[in-house]
Design a protein around this ligand. Structure first.
Ligand SMILES: *[C@@H]1O[C@H](CO)[C@@H](O)[C@H](O)[C@H]1NC(C)=O
Ligand SMILES: *[C@@H]1O[C@H](CO)[C@@H](O)[C@H](O)[C@H]1NC(C)=O
Ligand SMILES: *[C@@H]1O[C@H](CO)[C@@H](O)[C@H](O)[C@H]1NC(C)=O
Length: 313
């Protein structure tokens, strides 16, 4: 026997659903939803100018067999970063690389109708207690870097990883829904990338590195050395020696996404600097990265509404 109140409740539910659908279409037709501007926002002219001085849409983001042989200037800059400990014939190496990994023009589908949202998830302790997990996982791409784990931290950092930026010394296993995004700082990094899926013989760079890795070989993407140089020159005005993986991830997202949401960057509420997954203090003074300059650029990107930054509190 169905009670009267249940019937009334059902009518109310049906009516509100109908009203919501009606309002949604009305608002869409009149363009109100576009004004919410969740994807391609109109930047003001000052932000546009600032961005255009730094952003180069035609720079190569990924390596492939066609663009992989570097011009002399790029090769020289790149091999000076961490020393050329291993001499290799680079032309042969590039050919070898793309006999193992996808050789494509990845994500070259940018258009005015594409609306790809991305979460870039840094490793800052400001994620602890943020409850950002569901928000992070609601993005189309979820880009993480280095060790940044999800297991045990799902409520604050989410559970999905579509892309993980690593280099040999920071590598961790990943599931086969995740694109391993190689950030090469030296020739040996590219040799290691082949080795972890084949001979597993490289376990030493300037420190011990994992000789093998769980990851889907068919999802491997390799950042172009010229992309790292472009970030250094165009975004960092040659400050420091080369950009951090965190900063590379943000510019990477600006190139392959249409909406960029940034989580887990910056200090905690108490102005502490540590990872969300350990308590080691991060030292930003010294080292190869211009930490403060990078932070200022990220703050400017947020203030100019080019990215949306979530501070964690
Ligand atoms: C943008 O990148 C392309 C490809 O590397 C290069 O040819 C061009 O000169 C760059 N534009 C600027 C303004 O630096
Ligand atoms: C590298 O190898 C290619 C073909 O395998 C060859 O044409 C080229 O001369 C070599 N380069 C050097 C510097 O040895
Ligand atoms: C993905 O990984 C799981 C275990 O982690 C494995 O059982 C499965 O075969 C993998 N799928 C593919 C397509 O490689």
């Amino acid at each position: 026997m169905i009670s009267k109140s249940k019937i009334i409740l059902q009518i109310i539910v049906i009516a509100s659903v109908a009203l919501s659908i009606f309002l949604y279409y009305q608002l869409s037709i009149r363009g109100f939803l576009d004004d919410w501007c969740s994807c391609k926002c109109e930047m003001d002219s000052e932000a546009n100018l600032w961005q255009s001085e730094r952003y180069n849409r035609s720079t190569h983001v990924f390596m492939n067999s066609k663009n992989g042989v570097l011009d002399f200037e790029t090769f020289d800059w790149w091999t000076s970063l961490q020393g050329a400990s291993t001499v290799a014939n680079f032309t042969d190496l590039v050919e070898d690389l793309f006999s193992h990994f996808p050789d494509k023009d990845h994500y070259s589908d940018s258009s005015s109708s594409r609306c790809r949202s991305c979460a870039v998830v840094g490793n800052s302790g400001n994620l602890i207690g943020s409850h950002y997990g569901a928000l992070i996982d609601s993005n189309d791409f979820i880009i993480r870097m280095n060790q940044g784990p999800t297991a045990g931290f799902e409520r604050d950092v989410g559970s999905i990883t579509t892309h993980r930026l690593i280099y040999p010394e920071s590598a961790v296993d990943m599931d086969n829904n995740t694109h391993l995004v190689m950030v090469p700082f030296k020739i040996l990094d590219l040799q290691w990338l082949i080795s972890i899926f084949t001979t597993k013989h490289i376990d030493q760079t300037y420190m011990y590195v994992k000789p093998s890795l769980k990851a889907d070989k068919n999802k491997v993407l390799i950042l172009h050395p010229a992309f790292i140089k472009y970030i250094y020159e165009s975004w960092l005005q040659r400050q420091g020696r080369y950009p951090s993986t965190g900063f590379i991830s943000v510019v990477f997202a600006l190139h392959i996404c249409d909406e960029v949401n940034v989580f887990g960057f910056g200090a905690t509420r108490d102005n502490a600097w540590h990872h969300y997954f350990d308590n080691f203090a991060i030292n930003f003074n010294g080292g190869p990265h211009p930490g403060e300059y990078e932070r200022n650029i990220i703050t400017e990107l947020h203030q100019k509404k080019i990215i949306m930054m979530y501070k964690g509190w």
